[in-house]
Design a protein around this ligand. Structure first.
Ligand SMILES: Cc1cc2nc3c(=O)[nH]c(=O)nc-3n(C[C@H](O)[C@H](O)[C@H](O)COP(=O)(O)OP(=O)(O)OC[C@H]3O[C@@H](n4cnc5c(N)ncnc54)[C@H](O)[C@@H]3O)c2cc1C
Ligand code: FES
Length: 256
């Protein structure tokens, strides 16, 4: 008798598992300038890995979808951490519950596949760049020596009451200044946030091994076909959406 066995997915890669036109907003927690937003109705959401992102737009919208990192993924839900700045993000921050969104993904290489997992890291997040790092911290606390999250103003602390933030307007420090205080030889760094922050970290840690930066760019397709997110690296041209978003800082001489 012939039997067929359906392969069981272990991890979600390159959009194989999440492609949904009926995801709907079920909860939202707003701070000043930032929000945590949860979308539900997503098949196998829990298979999204830290560092991966989704392409999202309002259902029926003619606008290009935008990229969002996963902050949490469980059951049929994905939580995002967004800066309330821009068309879609302000929409996510204001539309009524049950508004539906089209969502595809997850895309990008999971952080765990890009880094040396025998190493411990300081995670450095700037603004909404905290999202993938907090997801990594939740899934792989063993990899994390310290977490540094920096914000310009104190608008997001109520959204993460258990965490300490570096608030530039209050502490007169930026995230990379705090990193310089807590880093010690032997520790790696994984950073996600605005490019000036990534640049400062790449310069500070020039020549230090295991320093990684997660890049953001306005993505077109999100799946590696339009080449709109191509960047030069020491090993040739790579695409942020398909080959990243995480890159070893040593691969990006233009960042320093
Ligand atoms: C891999 C990846 C992960 C990401 N994860 C997140 C995340 O977790 N959370 C998050 O908040 N963002 C994230 N982003 C960034 C987000 O995808 C982009 O900022 C996206 O453009 C937001 O879409 P929007 O429609 O809300 O804003 P947009 O309307 O695209 O605006 C984005 C920014 O551009 C400015 N802008 C818009 N139009 C113009 C114009 N004509 N001239 C000048 N400036 C203009 C806006 O004021 C705003 O500051 C991620 C990006 C990538 C690549
Ligand atoms: S966004 Fe199209 S190739 Fe990256």
């Amino acid at each position: 008798m012939e039997t067929t066995t359906k392969p069981q997915p272990q991890t979600a890669r390159n959009g194989s598992f999440l492609s949904v036109s009926g995801a709907h907003l079920i909860s939202r927690n707003r701070g000043a300038g930032y929000a945590r937003v949860t979308l539900a109705g997503i098949t196998e959401a829990e298979l999204a890995q830290p560092g991966q992102f989704l392409m999202i737009r309002r259902l029926g919208s003619a606008a290009l979808p935008r990229a969002f990192s996963v902050l949490r993924a469980e059951d049929d839900r994905i939580e995002l951490f967004i800066k309330l700045d821009g068309l879609l993000r302000e929409l996510l921050g204001s539309v009524p519950y049950r508004t539906r969104f089209e969502l595809r993904g997850p895309y990008g290489v999971p952080y765990e596949e890009q880094i040396d997992t025998d190493q411990r890291y300081i995670l450095v997040g700037g603004g909404s760049g905290a999202a993938p790092l907090l997801f990594l911290r939740e899934r792989r606390p063993d990899l994390v020596a310290e977490t540094v999250l920096g914000f310009r103003h104190d608008g997001a602390s109520g959204l993460f009451p258990a965490l300490d933030f570096v608030v530039e307007a209050r502490d007169r420090l930026q995230a990379h200044d705090r990193l310089a205080e807590v880093w010690r030889p032997g520790l790696g760094v994984i950073a996600c946030g605005p490019e000036p922050m990534l640049r400062a970290i790449a310069r500070q840690h020039d020549g230090v091994p295991h320093v990684y930066v997660s890049l953001e760019a306005r993505l077109g397709c999100g799946i590696g076909s339009c080449l709109g997110c191509s960047i030069p690296t020491l090993t040739g041209t790579q695409r942020i959406c398909r080959d990243g978003p995480l890159f070893a800082s040593s691969e990006l001489p233009w960042l320093r």
